[in-house]
Design a protein around this ligand. Sequence first.
Ligand code: CO
Ligand code: CO
Ligand code: CO
Length: 319
Amino acid sequence: MKEISIVDDPELLVGISTSDDAAVYKLRDDLAIVQTVDYFAPIVDDPYWFGAITVANSLSDIYAMGAKPIIALNLVGFPSKSLPLDILSKILKGGYDKAKEAGVNIVGGHTIDDPEPKYGLSVTGIINPNNVITNSGAKPKDLIILTKPLGIGIITTGIKGKLVEKEIIDNVINIMVKLNKEASESMVEYKASACTDVTGFGLLGHLYEMTSASKVGANIYVSKIPVIEGTLPLVSEGIAPGGAYSNKNYLSNNVIWDSNISQDMQIILYDPQTSGGLIIAIHRDRANSLLSNLISKGIDAQIIGEFVDSNNYSINVLE
Ligand code: CO
Ligand code: CO
Ligand code: CO
């Protein structure tokens, strides 16, 4: 959004000039607010779980900066003439329950009439301005940790086509509703150098945001990348969201594939993740301690590669 003029304000520590997903505004030397917004249309049939997923996703950009979300406002679109209001109540209940789990108060919001339901939050968080973690701090030799498995976009596309069994639906819902809160607290404790969350641009799109913002490259290893059960059979049937292909087109000059990696696996790495995990850059001396800490909290984390010197910020995907 380069065409938008930016007010020069020294207290604005993170604005729209980098591709971070939340803004950070300094109030005092030891206090800044972190502001973000996210909303989307239903990706699962159950309204309660849709509400919970969208709240977990909306809070994620705050967690990716190592900040603590405190209050939020609902953004709601709902077709009140064609759908029973009971559905809206269930969406909001899912949202409030998830916000409560996060320790966040939803303090109001705004609803409009909309042909397709939509839900999300505008979230305010707080942080010490000296401790802000952005996507631009990754250093060569830092290791890369991913905190949720991939395949959310592919499986939810399969759900829309009624191609997915209940067990796999329940599993992907559990993955999407999992807050990035504990992963964020761990990366702050272990002094991560950079972080972002994996959402619409997929693993490779968000990793490329980190490499270009940090002016480094990355090597990642397909054998280390966790994939949600049920993803591969769907991809091999050609089931994937349009976003996976647009991510692929957009990133084609920035990703170098080992020739042995299948087209199906490539699509999984480009797959948009609704409420995906964090990509954490961590000094290699602390990476195993952080990984053990994440795993001890029940987080499905893996070291998937490392940042390297590079002058074009490209990503090498190896076997
Ligand atoms: Co976001
Ligand atoms: Co984000
Ligand atoms: Co209003």
